[in-house]
Design a protein around this ligand. Structure first.
Ligand code: CP
Length: 347
């Protein structure tokens, strides 16, 4: 099937892209990965600049975007949101401390070829959806692509790297069982972007998806509806359970990770309720991916995690460092997947 040009498109959610468009990014990613390994350069973004704005910490995202732009012949310019006039929306501005998003977006678009943003959690006041709204405000004003490096709803570049990794390890993803499971962590201030966005993306590839989570860790109903719609259209299945053990049975892919409860953040509460969150987390300390649970999955099942992970809580060292783990291939694929995405959007 012919895919129309993706040049100039924003990449905020994979839900806004067809299966064919996602395939074209993944196919280019695979070619660029193989060619880079054999020393063949593709300077598809020669002299182009991507501005990368971070409101939160990062190891993988920052370095994969910077390396990816270098390998494509361009440059990623890192902007710490605290060290520029912090981009702010109307009504949130402070004189000579912030700068309105509409102005920042238009200035950067005059100088470069793309703007990538990470914003979730504290900088959004933990108001679910605020981070996504903020990225869309940038996209409204910038006439260059805006790329989501993780907001409070989606982490589409992570999901694309995850799909690329699953395809490399399992081949055709149709009817493969993907288990996305909550896991315990003593650090409770975490967004649910990775599980939501992974399922939203994987459900376009015909996978049989099981979401396992204790009561209180339900994900955004809008996302669950979108996943169910995708499954209807693309095949595969979706089910939810509150048993980590049950979900692991016969799995091809295990993706256990921690996320915070939407019931403990605005708009459900007036501000983030850390005490309530901790109480919910502490009821479920046995939600760890250990050797006993791993044995419930297929023997060749792969263990995945976006990283960073909380070793000894979300996962046992023996699992993440064991033969089923593909976490470092997955982390490396951030670089390759994003090269495919950037090259098609920014060329
Ligand atoms: N997985 C991921 O996004 O990692 P960073 O937070 O290190 O960027």
């Amino acid at each position: 099937m012919q895919t129309k040009s993706l040049k100039g498109r924003d990449f905020i959610s994979t839900l806004e892209f067809t299966r064919e468009e996602l395939d074209s990014m993944l196919e280019l990613a695979a070619v660029l990965k193989a060619d880079t390994a054999s020393g063949r350069d593709h300077l598809l973004l020669l002299r182009k600049t991507l501005f990368i704005i971070f409101y939160n910490k990062s190891l993988r995202t920052r370095n994969s975007f910077e390396t990816g732009m270098t390998q494509l012949g361009g440059h990623a310019n890192y902007l710490d949101s605290e060290k520029i006039y912090t981009p702010a929306t109307e009504g949130e501005e402070k004189a000579y401390s912030t700068e309105r998003v509409s102005d920042v977006a238009r200035v950067l678009a005059r100088m470069g070829d793309g703007i990538a943003i990470r914003m979730y959690g504290k900088p959004t006041g933990w108001m679910y959806g605020n981070g996504n709204k903020y990225l869309r405000e940038f996209a409204k004003w910038a006439d260059v692509p805006v790329i989501n490096m993780e907001d409070d709803m989606y982490h589409p570049c992570q999901s694309m790297a995850d799909v690329l990794t699953m395809k490399e390890k399992l081949g055709d993803l149709r009817n493969k069982k993907l288990v996305v499971s909550w896991a315990y962590s003593p650090g409770v201030k975490k967004p649910g972007t990775v599980p939501q966005c992974l399922m939203a993306t994987a459900s376009k590839f015909g996978m049989n998806i099981t979401l396992a989570r204790p009561d209180g860790f339900q994900l955004d109903p809008m996302m669950i509806d979108a996943i169910k719609e995708n499954v209807k259209k693309h095949g595969g299945s979706f089910e939810e359970t509150d048993s980590m053990e049950d979900s692991f049975k016969d799995a091809d892919v295990l993706y256990p990770k921690s996320w915070g409860s939407l019931a403990c953040v605005p708009p459900q509460t007036s501000e983030i309720n850390v005490d309530k969150m901790k109480t919910l987390f502490d009821k479920n300390k046995d939600w760890i991916c250990d050797d006993r649970k791993l044995k419930l999955a297929k023997p060749e099942a792969i263990y995945m995690h976006c990283l960073p992970c909380d070793r000894g809580y979300e996962v046992a060292d023996s699992v993440i460092d064991g033969p089923n783990s593909v976490v470092f291939d997955e982390a490396e694929n951030r670089l390759h997947a994003q090269k495919g995405i950037m090259a098609l959007l920014m060329r």
